[in-house]
Design a protein around this ligand. Structure first.
Ligand SMILES: Cc1cc2nc3c(=O)[nH]c(=O)nc-3n(C[C@H](O)[C@H](O)[C@H](O)COP(=O)(O)O)c2cc1C
Length: 302
């Protein structure tokens, strides 16, 4: 999770029996680690398996080269589980399969799953309409029905906060769950106390989709700041997003600006912009807990 995946949080998830997934831009740009050193630090906190998120979207060649280097370093340090999102995972599958690792691809509907299958992905992460981050258009029930026939393992992402949410996801056919919002409201996450308190206080109706940060709808808590600035991209931005070349430049501009804004809003206790990403799973989150407590509670329902 950008920018909330501090290394202590990722390691705590693995140590508690899940697979903590590191986000390389978060690790380096937000939390200030040189990539290999950050991974080494996480390894000092847990010997258990770690995963890595490979974001594929950017059309910048420099970014792609950097991601390839991060992937090589992660493979060299023994990471074998990768979560790809926002593009075609083929090159990641090719590299990871050489060492018998696995790649699970984030999908929001069947057409992306077909592409992931054709690219050789080993599993699917079904991002539903309750998810934090870039939520999909479908419910968890619709997604499992669409994706199960493909024969790959399917993970439910979105709306999982409690052990009974977890049990329900398994009962309708999912093989596992991916947690986002629930893990921000933990003692190990270094997000600001105000952000964690807002997650605890919010109900599902307080989650709105905003285009104002990344240019595409992002699930955030409706705070006074969000109400003040609105959730739609301005008319000029919308016009630029329609043109092919202007869209490219605007997306790159958004990528840099949103990285800076989210970092400040999520981690800096003095930020005046309460712009906080969260999914509808806020409904079931009633306190800040340790990661171990959250995962033990889930495990007790297996
Ligand atoms: C603050 C935040 C940041 C996120 N950043 C990323 C990211 O960098 N890459 C990604 O693939 N998914 C990202 N996600 C989506 C999560 O991986 C996950 O699919 C989603 O949070 C699940 O929904 P939940 O929040 O209801 O648990 C993010 C979610 C949140 C809440």
């Amino acid at each position: 999770m950008y920018p909330c995946s501090n290394p202590e949080l990722v390691a705590a998830v693995s140590e508690a029996g899940g697979i903590g997934v590191l986000q390389p831009v978060s690790l380096t740009f937000v939390h200030g680690y040189e990539f290999a050193a950050g991974l080494h630090y996480m390894r000092s906190l847990t010997q258990r398996p770690l995963g890595m998120n490979v974001l594929l979207e950017s059309s910048s060649r420099i970014y792609r080269r950097r991601m390839e280097q991060w992937l090589s370093t992660a493979l060299a340090q023994g990471v074998r589980f990768f979560v790809t999102s926002l593009g075609n995972p083929r090159w990641v599958v090719a590299r990871v399969s050489e060492v018998d690792g696995v790649v699970y691809h984030d999908v929001t509907e069947r057409k992306w799953a077909d592409k992931a299958l054709a690219a050789g992905a080993h599993g699917l992460i079904a991002v539903n309409n309750r998810a934090g981050g870039h939520a999909g258009p479908r419910s968890a029930e619709q997604l499992i029905e669409e994706l199960q026939p493909l024969g790959l393992p399917v993970i439910c992402a979105g709306g999982i906060a409690t052990a009974s949410d977890f049990a329900r996801a398994l009962a309708i056919g999912y093989d596992a769950v991916q947690l986002g919002t629930r893990l921000i409201a933990t003692t190990e996450c270094t997000a600001s106390d105000a952000y964690k308190a807002a997650i605890v206080a919010a109900g599902e109706d307080d989650i709105v989709l905003s285009e104002r940060i990344t240019g595409v709808p992002l699930a955030v808590i409706r705070t006074p700041y969000v109400e003040r600035v609105g959730t739609r991209a301005g008319p000029v931005a919308r016009w630029l997003l329609r043109g092919r070349s202007t869209k490219y430049w605007l997306r790159n501009f958004y990528a840099v600006r949103s990285a800076l804004q989210l970092r400040k809003a999520s981690l800096d206790p003095k930020s005046s912009r309460d712009f906080w990403q969260a999914g509808k799973s806020v409904e079931g989150i009633t306190s800040v807990e340790t990661v171990a407590r959250v995962l033990q509670d889930f495990a007790s329902h297996l």
